[in-house]
Write a protein that binds this ligand. Sequence first.
Ligand code: AQP
Length: 344
Amino acid sequence: MSEQTPYSGPQRILSGIQPTGNLHLGNYLGALKKFVDLQSAGWEGLYCVVDLHAITMPYDVPALKDQTRQIAAAMMACGLDPDESTIFVQSSVRAHTELAWIFNCVARMGWLEKMTQFKDKSGKDAERSSVGLFAYPVLQAADILVYKATHVPVGEDQKQHLELSRQVAARFNQQFGVPGFFPEPQPLIEGPGARIMSLKDGTKKMSKSDPAETSRINLIDDEATIAKKIKKAKTDTLGDMPETVEAMEGRPEVANLVGIYAALAGTSNEAVIEEFGGKGFGTFKPALADLAVAHLSPITTEMRRLLDDPAEIDRALAKGAEKANAVAEPIIEDVRKAVGFWQV
Ligand code: AQP
C-alpha cells in the first residue's frame, strides 16, 4: 500500500527491545549495534525498553523492573548516549497505549492472523494466548507512529511486523482523511547480523527464550563462557571450513559462525572465507572466540558498572521519558482531533 500524499516531516528512528531475559549476540548485532551506528551517523533516535510488550507472555512481576534496567544498561553500555539519543521505558509514555487502542480499531483481524510470530509464540494452543500477544504488532505500530518515526532498525524477524505498521499508517491516513499524516516506516535490516542463528541449530534464530543456554551468547557472559560456547557450537561432518561462500550452502551452522565473525569484524563473508577457507574449526573457532570476547567484554564491564549504580540509569530513563513525551504529546493531540474525540 503506498501513500497518495507522501509524508514530509522530519526523519527519525524508533526501535525497542523487550525486557524478557538476557540480551544475546543476536539482539546486539541485529539491533543494538545498529542503533549506535545510526547515532554516530547523526540520526535523531528514540530507543525504548518495551515493557508493555513483555507482559504479553507469562512473566515474573517482581523481576520486571530489574530486567527493564538491564536493557537500558545494555543500550548505554553499547554506546547510546542519553544526551544524543532518547532512551526511555515504553510504559512511561502513555500515548503508546492510547494510539494502540485507536490502531486496534484501524487494523483488520485478517492482517494480524497472518503474523508468523504470533503463530510461533502461541504454539499449538493459540486459544489460550493473551489477546495482547495477538495484538502485539498493533502496539508496535503505535510505538513507531506515536513519534512519526520514519525508519526502524530491527532484525530480520521483525520484517513482517513492519509491513503491518505501514499498512496501519496508510489505512489511518486514508480512513480519517489526513493524507501524509503518518509516514510509512521503513525497516533498516540489511547488513551482516540481521539474522543470527542458534549455536545449536543453524535453522533456528538465536533467542532469549530458547531453554538451551548453550544456544546463545549472552551480553553478560564472561570470557571463559563465551569461549566455551563457541568451542561447543554445532558444526557438521562435512569437513573443514568451506573454501568458497557458495560452499556454505547446506551448511547452516557453519554459515552462521562465518556470519557472526563477519558482523563482529565489520567485514564480509567473502573476506572471512578468504582468511579461513579450508582451515580446520580448531583454527577458526578460537579466532571467533577471541573476536567475540574483544568485542563484548568492554560492553559487559560497562553494563556491570552501570548496574552497580542504577541511579545513573534511572536518571537517563527519567530524562528520556520527558523527551519522548514531548515528541508524542502533540502527535497524539492531532490524532485525537482526527478521529473525532471530545476535546477538553
Ligand atoms: N537472532 C537474532 N538475530 C538478529 N536480530 C535479532 N533480534 C532478536 N533476535 C535476533 C532483534 O533484536 C531486537 C530486540 O528483540 P526483542 O527482544 O524485542 O524481541 P525478540 O525478537 O522476540 O527477541 P528474542 O531474543 O527472540 O526473544 P524471545 O525469545 O522472547 O522471542 C529486535 O530488533 C529483533 O529483531
